[in-house]
Design a protein around this ligand. Structure first.
Ligand code: PGA
Length: 247
């Protein structure tokens, strides 16, 4: 069992005003009602507005992406130190949209993970198979390879100090969720790959999590919480999901 977490990935949605409003609505939650630490991942340009809106709450802020470079002539990039400076505690690395649409390789993802940890951010490493890979029975191999690429660069202990989110690509934004058993099977194999030091690593499930399917997913022994996309854009729905995370 890892520490319970619930993360809302807002992706590329919203204006500064709508981001501030949504963050304020989420901040009105009753911390006693969830066992989980709540983290919000707004678009980069809204991080400071969201950090301000959450300053009196226990909710953490994260970024959806980070540069693998620490500073210098990298036009358009944002470093881990800059994210820390804006109030971020966490950062997503290797989200499937960045791997598939923006061409991030396992090696790049590993370098981003290292840059984040070196600066003091907690990376949430996203892994998961495509529909085709699942149909070819390659799920466990794909996920193990994505995690191994990071272990090879930073070592097992440092990976165990991060958070890993298993997000089957076919379940992201599709309304189709992995069954609790399908998700648990992959989570158990990830836990085994991490070994002894991974017994307390937080493992999240992501992919069309909503308030109707979350309870069964979060009951699974190796699922410590969720990474929520679409359903995190509505405060009540997101907070309802947060309440279902088990201690
Ligand atoms: P979804 O997204 O909940 O909308 O499927 C999850 C994610 O991409 O992290």
């Amino acid at each position: 069992m890892g520490k319970p977490l619930i993360a809302g990935n807002w992706k590329m949605h919203g204006t500064a005003e709508s981001a501030r409003k949504l963050a304020t609505e989420v901040s009105h939650h009753n911390a006693q009602e969830t066992a989980a630490e709540i983290i919000i991942f707004p678009p980069l340009v809204h991080i400071s507005a969201v950090s301000d809106a959450l300053s009196d709450s226990s909710i953490s802020v994260g970024a959806q992406n980070v540069s693998q470079y620490s500073n210098g002539a990298y036009t358009g990039e944002v470093s881990a130190e800059m994210l820390l400076d804006q109030g971020c505690k966490y950062v997503l690395v290797g989200h499937s949209e960045r791997r598939a649409i923006l061409g991030e390789s396992d090696q790049t993802v590993a370098e981003k993970f290292r840059a984040a940890q070196n600066a003091g951010l907690i990376p949430i490493l996203c892994v998961g198979e495509s529909l085709q890979q699942r149909q070819q029975d390659a799920t466990l191999e794909v996920v193990a390879k994505q995690i191994s690429a990071v272990i090879d660069l930073v070592g097992l202990d440092r990976v165990c100090q991060s958070v890993i989110a298993y997000e089957p690509v076919w379940a992201i934004g599709t309304g189709e969720t992995a069954s609790p058993e399908q998700a648990q099977d992959v989570h158990a194999v990830i836990r085994t790959q991490l070994g002894e030091a991974g017994r307390s690593t937080t493992l999240l499930y992501g992919g069309s999590v909503n308030k109707s399917n979350a309870a069964e997913l979060f009951k699974q022994p190796d699922i410590d919480g969720g990474l929520v996309g679409g359903a995190s854009l509505e405060a009540d729905e997101f907070l309802n999901i947060a309440q279902l995370v088990e201690a």
